[in-house]
Design a protein around this ligand. Structure first.
Ligand SMILES: Nc1ncnc2c1ncn2[C@@H]1O[C@H](COP(=O)(O)OP(=O)(O)OP(=O)(O)O)[C@@H](O)[C@H]1O
Ligand SMILES: [Mg+2]
Length: 118
């Protein structure tokens, strides 16, 4: 990860996520979001349905990339990371509980929890 020990844990700079850009159906799910989170901070993101919370979480979790803007994770520009490095971060650094659960139906609850540990 980034070499600067004092770097923000999470830093979004002017991040946009725009679906169907330029079309009449354009949706600005993220419209210039800037956010910093420091190590040890406990943060809740609240807002009405459709305000872009899941879109932002997907960017923070390296599951989606912004249309425009910068995302630094521990000081590292995530665009500079390879697929392999992103996979490692998703596996080791970021814990996600999805809104749509994303569980494997054929496994028990315990097996679903165990799966990432294997
Ligand atoms: N893949 C997509 N294609 C087009 N529009 C999308 C897509 N994903 C999300 N949106 C739109 O982006 C906006 C933000 O959606 P998002 O799911 O991030 O909101 P949310 O704050 O998580 O809402 P909720 O509280 O209902 O979970 C909404 O207008 C949604 O319809
Ligand atoms: Mg959501």
């Amino acid at each position: 990860m980034g070499s600067d020990a004092m770097a923000n844990l999470v830093e979004l700079r002017n991040v946009f996520k725009i679906y169907s850009e330029g079309l009449e159906s354009e949706v600005r799910a993220l419209d210039g979001v800037s956010l910093t989170v420091q190590r040890g901070e406990f943060v809740a993101i609240v807002g009405q349905s459709g305000s872009g919370k899941s879109t932002m979480m997907n960017v923070l979790g390296c599951l989606d990339i912004p249309t425009r803007g910068d995302y630094f994770l521990e000081g590292t520009d995530v665009r500079e990371l390879t697929d392999k490095e992103l996979s490692r971060i998703r596996n080791k650094e970021i814990g996600f509980i999805f809104q749509q659960y994303n569980l494997i139906q054929t496994l028990t609850v315990l097996e679903n929890v165990e799966l990432p540990l294997i």
